[in-house]
Ligand binder design. Structure first.
Ligand SMILES: CC(C)(COP(=O)(O)OP(=O)(O)OC[C@H]1O[C@@H](n2cnc3c(N)ncnc32)[C@H](O)[C@@H]1OP(=O)(O)O)[C@@H](O)C(=O)NCCC(=O)NCCS
Length: 216
């Protein structure tokens, strides 16, 4: 728990991933910043909630969770929520992630609650870059995994996370339970064996992305 508390107290998370916060791919140029929900501009927060509703409402409605905007707003505004916001050069927001440092099944993890990209910004490597930032932060703050939940009837998201090297987590419900969601994760290498890290790197996706050269 102490590493989680330390991570949550950090004043400037951006210093741990500065080189990843500028992203360009052909004519797409994006800057990213990281803030606690309590520091986030109210209009940006509203945009993030609206984008989540636009992207996810119908998917939630077709499973046991159902869509409840108030419940989603409550989750997205909880005090421990952190936000990574990606905005275009003209200032308009294009993608975001809501994430938290937390204990999950007894392990310190960076839990990715959302990664949402506006339709116009998709398939240009931005989602992958957002995950790269989370992975760098998880490593820098000594979390064991980046962990997330994906709906099994959201094949685009499943394909995306798998292409980015995420695999079924040991805490995911067994296939026989036919749950409507799956837990995926990627290890940071903190406190895990070499065999696990090797297994993860073998599943790395279709596109090898260099996080050093700022290109997809
Ligand atoms: C899923 C999502 C975040 C992906 O973001 P993105 O910026 O489009 O993804 P990237 O361009 O970084 O994709 C990286 C790789 O993931 C895979 N991928 C991404 N989107 C995919 C899709 N729709 N179908 C199949 N594979 C996909 C591809 O292998 C892709 O590489 P390629 O474009 O070179 O083939 C975005 O489509 C989105 O916001 N969807 C709606 C919200 C959602 O479902 N969020 C996830 C649940 S929380």
């Amino acid at each position: 728990m102490s590493v989680v508390n330390s991570a949550n107290k950090l004043q400037d998370l951006a210093t741990h991933c500065k080189e990843l916060l500028v992203y360009s791919n052909l004519d797409l140029e994006v800057d990213m910043y990281i803030q606690r929900v309590t520091e986030l501009d109210k209009n940006v927060l509203k945009w993030a909630i609206d984008l989540t509703e636009r992207n996810m409402k119908s998917l939630y409605e077709t499973c046991a969770w159902g869509w409840n905007r108030d419940r989603k707003v409550e989750e997205m505004t909880e005090d421990h929520a952190w936000y990574l916001i990606a905005k275009k050069k003209n200032g308009s927001p294009l993608a975001f992630s809501h994430f938290r440092f937390d204990m999950d099944f007894g392990e310190p993890v960076l839990y990715c609650y959302e990664v949402q990209v506006e339709a116009e910004g998709r398939r240009r490597g931005l989602g992958q870059r957002v995950l790269n930032v989370l992975e760098k932060l998880a490593h820098a703050t000594r979390m064991r995994y980046v962990r997330l939940t994906v709906l099994t009837h959201n094949p685009a998201a499943s394909a995306f996370f798998k292409a980015c090297g995420y695999i079924t987590d040991e805490t995911s419900p067994p296939k026989e339970e036919a749950a409507h969601y799956e837990i995926l994760s990627k290890t940071t290498g903190e406190g895990v064996s070499n065999a696990q890290t090797e297994e993860q790197s073998l599943t790395e996706g279709v596109r090898a992305v260099s996080v050093e050269n700022n290109q997809p």
